[in-house]
Design a protein around this ligand. Structure first.
Ligand code: IMP
Length: 432
């Protein structure tokens, strides 16, 4: 009953899409278990670039079934647009190969407005959310008033629930945030028209996954965002509102705890973050521009969902070890090693100075306030000049690039089994 899990070991945007794409070749089901259309996975296949926010990127493989688990929040507008885009690109999407959990929580236009209004009201303390309504939709879930996909199937009751939802949201928007509310009847009409299109895709997903597992099928669980954005273990409060770690897989897919074949932690060869919050190894100036790129290439460090320039810095092994523990990572997939080519020296963070002491491990739960007080302790490795984008075998990498990877393995105690050296599907090196 093989379950494989891919998770982001940093603040998201580690390049999970391409890892999922690679592992999907040998998977029957590829399932998302958390988050919503705040995620953005870019997959490059030949000339085509797919930007996916909701549909699991594994669906690009014809035999894969894509699953949207109950741990997610789903914006039907985004889903319908994505299904249309994929169908037009020749990737067939139909109810046999895309299953939506009936317990998935729905995002409405009111959630998006509330997200933006809440952010605006925070002024300088903004979290820097993606503005996709993620937080407010999870708030409704936890407050036990959320709308679930299964409700779409009972039109009359759903209409009443939508009316209550928009009415309550309007109160908040107008009375509390002092921004215009929504025209309720129009919203209901539009929303019903949209949700009508996803009706055939709604299933009780947990038992279907369990049956697939019992039949010996392989499941790939595709995490969205990254460990340090986890609601429980991330850099709180600068986090997203879902469980981004491997622990969320079982509850987010509606299956019991069972053995996992492998947990692949995906990390860039350096560190990036979008949105606010502490970032001990953050760089500015020329070196930041070098790592970020100008934005002229699709792989430069600009957000897939929002287009915002990402904050960049050196690889932080204290945080990577934290991610290893929390997710029980069994192997690492390192992306974008090629970006470091040309640097004479590459600093890597191996500890923090905090309150006069040197910490080699994070001895607190990631909370933003404490992490912001940490300054990095670096070990500096020697860089390499060669372009790596054509390397396909471990032995083709320059000695210092291999040294960089070996250093990460020594410091984390986990094998680096894959390394990517370019945006193309084939531009990676497997060591397994
Ligand atoms: P939210 O998930 O839109 O509520 O945003 C909360 C925080 O998570 C913000 O700092 C976002 O920039 C960040 N975030 C959300 N989704 C992603 C992602 O897919 N990649 C990177 N950062 C993300």
């Amino acid at each position: 009953m093989p379950i494989n899990i891919v998770i982001g070991a940093q603040w998201g945007d580690e390049g999970k899409g391409r890892v999922v794409d690679l592992l999907s070749e040998n998977s029957d089901l590829v399932a998302r278990y958390n988050g919503g259309d705040n995620a953005g996975h870019t997959v490059t296949v030949g000339e085509k670039i797919y930007k996916l926010h909701l549909v699991p990127s594994g669906i690009i493989h014809p035999r894969v079934i894509g699953v949207l688990g109950n741990g997610m929040v789903l914006n039907p507008q985004t889903l319908v647009e994505e299904m249309t885009m994929l169908n037009e690109a020749g990737v067939s999407i139909n109810p046999e190969r895309l299953w939506i959990s009936d317990a998935v929580q729905l995002i409405t236009p009111a959630h998006r407005l509330l997200d933006r209004a809440q952010e605006a009201s925070l002024g300088k303390s903004q979290i820097g959310t993606t503005g996709r309504g993620i937080g407010p939709a999870y708030v409704d879930k936890v407050a036990r008033r959320g709308l679930r996909a299964g409700e779409i199937l009972e039109a009359e009751a759903f209409t009443t629930r939508l009316r209550t939802h928009f009415t309550e949201a309007n109160h908040l928007l107008t009375d509390w945030y002092h921004v215009p509310g929504l025209e309720i009847e129009q919203q209901i009409e539009d929303y019903l028209r949209l949700t009508d299109q996803i009706k055939p895709y709604i299933h009780r997903v947990g038992p279907l996954i369990q049956k697939a597992l019992n039949d010996g099928k392989t499941i790939l669980a595709e995490g969205a965002q990254g460990t340090l954005l986890d609601l429980e273990q991330g850099t709180y409060p600068f986090v997203t509102s879902s469980c981004t770690t491997s622990a969320g897989v079982f509850s987010g897919l509606g299956i019991g705890i069972q053995p996992v074949n492998k947990v692949v932690g995906v990390t860039k060869a350096f560190q990036t973050r979008v949105g606010a919050g502490p970032f001990p190894t953050e760089l500015e100036g020329e070196m930041a521009n070098f790592l970020r790129g100008t934005g002229s290439n699709p792989w430069d460090e600009f957000g897939t969902t929002t287009g915002r320039p990402r904050r960049v810095g050196w690889l932080d092994l204290v945080l990577l070890n934290y991610a290893r523990e929390i997710n029980a990572i069994s192997e690492l997939f390192i992306t974008k090693l090629d970006i470091l080519s040309g640097l004479e020296h590459i600093p890597v963070c191996v500890g923090y100075k905090h309150n006069g002491k040197v910490l080699l491990t994070l001895d607190f739960s990631g909370e933003a306030k404490l992490l912001a007080q940490c300054t990095p302790v670096y070990e500096t490795l020697t860089g390499w000049k060669e372009n790596l984008t054509n390397c396909r075998h471990w032995n083709e990498l320059p000695e210092n690039a291999r040294g960089y990877i070996r250093f990460i393995e020594e410091q984390t105690g986990i094998p680096v089994l894959n390394i990517s050296v370019g945006p193309e599907r084939t531009a990676s090196i497997s060591r397994s």
